[in-house]
Design a binder for this molecule. Sequence first.
Ligand code: NDP
Ligand code: BG6
Length: 513
Amino acid sequence: PIEKLKSELLSVTSSNEWDEKAGFDINENESTVSITVVGASGDLAKKKIFPALFALYYEGCLPKHFTVYGYARSKMTDAELRNMVSKTLTCRIDKRENCGEKMEEFLKRCFYHSGQYDSEENFAQLDNKLKEHEGGKVSNRLFYLSIPPNIFIDAVKCASSSASSGNGWTRVIVEKPFGRDSDSSAALTKSLKQYLTEDQIFRIDHYLGKELVENLSVLRFSNLIFEPLWSRQYIRNVQLIFSEDFGTEGRGGYFDHYGIIRDIMQNHLLQILALFAMETPVSLDAEDIRNEKVKVLRSMRPLQLEDVVIGQYKSHSKGGVTYPAYTDDKTVPKDSLTPTFAAAALFIDNARWDGVPFLMKAGKALHNKRAEIRVQFRHVPGNLYNRNFGTDLDQATNELVIRVQPDEAIYLKINNKVPGLGMRLDCSNLNLHYAARYSKEIPDAYERLLLDAIEGERRLFIRSDELDAAWSLFTPVLAELEEKKIMPEYYPYGSRGPVGAHYLAARYNVRWG
Ligand code: NDP
Ligand code: BG6
């Protein structure tokens, strides 16, 4: 079918012909949306952006008149782009279904323009092509910057001056990293704002698009039983855990410049923390939610060096296989001190959270892959069961676990009587296991975020003051780690990470879940 599709697509020459083939009435006086993936030849575009756009199309979520343009320096024809994209599309939504027809329809709407990121002329050529497809309708344009950060500004400058919409909206999705520290982030924001207004900038943190992260506010604010417990009075500590069971494979060059604190903690884990700990927003309006997130971030103490443990994975052999060290990557300097693991204790100095440790742990090349929020509650006061039946009945404290991935679930650990004549307690789970409860496949984070950007919904994107607040928490410690050349603790590939993380947690009476 791909071969048949290729030959069909190659025969499509003009945009009118294309519109007719794709079943459009080009005279219809409606608006159009053109989505340009800048850096279309890259890893993220192939892995996430095109598949997410297809899933949205499959679900009928994209506007009637839309076009997807790939833009990059690599030379490619439309047919070659379609061929490349077709290899990454899957029938994610319903695996039993054959999506072939839908894929063909989608691919017919994908085009490619080769150009430099700093060439206004090349973007003007793209503009002409977009106009052909837009056929005089109101044109809305979304640019997705899926390129390395050093060329963000060039691309924004050229896109805004030569390819922005004349009569509709123009929005730009910017991928992380948003700088390396407070100063570089502020400089990036300043440069972006030379060409775009804050309303046009959609800073993406794909963790905000994950189903269970979105559900956090629902869990808190629409269940009576959680919100009253959500404070220092009942919660002993909160853990935010990210682990991957593979190394920096293929991305060592990027990673070495950033490290795990910038790659995961300052953005993904901190965003989850903000949603977890913020006060009730006035409404579900994007600005109301983001106002609350900023407030809680600004109530936090900047991270201290003594509250951080860093690690780096080293080579490890198991079952006849040798797993590489971080520094075995050819794009990483042999003497690199960049952390591939970090654990940190953070504190929020406000009335709700005073004294509660928020422990973060993030690492690559660990023994498993997971992202979780673990909320450990205080001991039951009075402890009736311990008093009456001795220490063998020692109760565990309650723990609420929100497993963001994989195998999404929310479960609450409770003490329960083991059925039978005696009195024995055990710790069991009240379990909301998504795969068992919901039959529908969970959308990929990029689907939700792309749809929101198209619809102009900013709730799940990072505002510039949020970004500033996030950087001020991590910038001093990052500078200190680098200035003092703090050595990471080495841990074997595939292990649980450095033991220092346990000592850090123990200092705050915490055991990692
Ligand atoms: P790539 O390194 O694959 O780059 C994307 C495209 O940009 C390349 O195909 C290339 O296209 C062009 N490019 C690469 N390097 C340069 C350069 N030095 N100068 C000019 N153009 C260059 O990046 P990814 O696709 O991995 O990531 C894109 C963005 O998304 C980055 O900002 C990254 O940090 C971020 N990101 C990526 C994730 C991932 O999983 N890959 C996850 C989260 C964020 P061509 O040569 O054809 O012009
Ligand atoms: C990216 C990081 O933002 O998130 C990567 O740059 C990391 O290093 C990735 O692997 C993890 O995303 P996910 O959705 O696979 O958990």
